[in-house]
Design a protein around this ligand. Sequence first.
Ligand code: ADP
Length: 261
Amino acid sequence: AYEKIDEGHGRDELHEMALAYNDMMDQLGRNYEKQERFVSDASHELKTPITVIESYARLLKRRGFDDRNVADEAVGAILSQAVRMKELTAQLLDLARSDRAAAYSFKQADIRDIAEETVRPMRQAYGREFVVEGPEKLLADTDPDKLRQLLFILLDNARKYSDGDVRLALEKTDGRVELSVADHGPGIPEADLPHLFDRFYRVNSDRNRKTGGTGLGLALAKEIADGLGAELTVESVIGVGTVFRICFASSRPKRHHAVTE
Ligand code: ADP
């Protein structure tokens, strides 16, 4: 907790400074709490695979050299937990990097190209249809790498949590660009929607699925959207499907342009 300055009542410079100082301290306090929660959530998530690895390594040491089945089971479990930890730490690092403004560099780019480049390898990898709709060319200021990363998270979720086609629609109206990723999957319960972008949050039915996600994808998506100056929203209807929307201004304010340009 930070000591607040008495803001007083006068409209003089000192009063303005006190207000600014208190705002700054509020902001710092919030960031600090966010950081602390992040570290404690992250260690909690990492503890589970470490504990599993430890206990299987002990089992392996105790009985694995006499019993081939025990050895197979232990090595299998250790391997899968190690893979999970690798995925988790990679995402945690991405997340830690993603909120640094310096990591973003804007330039004019064709959003259609970015969309096609993101979708092409996914069609190849999954043999699924990813439909891109909208204008053949759509110019806007953005960070192409970050936008690709953001689109990938949303498209990959749509693929993971639904069976049919995934649709990526592009639209430009009144100086704004809207990208939407839509699927015809099971949808997300209304009660979960407000928490969807929280770190480690997973909808109940997906929490115990074998295809274990980390619950970090959408938190990262949100951070990237913030860095890009974009709004990221979700609409979902149970039994109908889910739409994630990215919305941003097609030309960036000056301060967002890369210094080198
Ligand atoms: P992860 O996919 O690793 O669990 P995310 O943060 O990407 O983590 O997603 C959080 C949760 O939101 C998922 O576990 C899933 O329950 C739900 N979700 C995300 N995208 C969709 C989607 N397109 N359709 C249905 N549920 C989704």
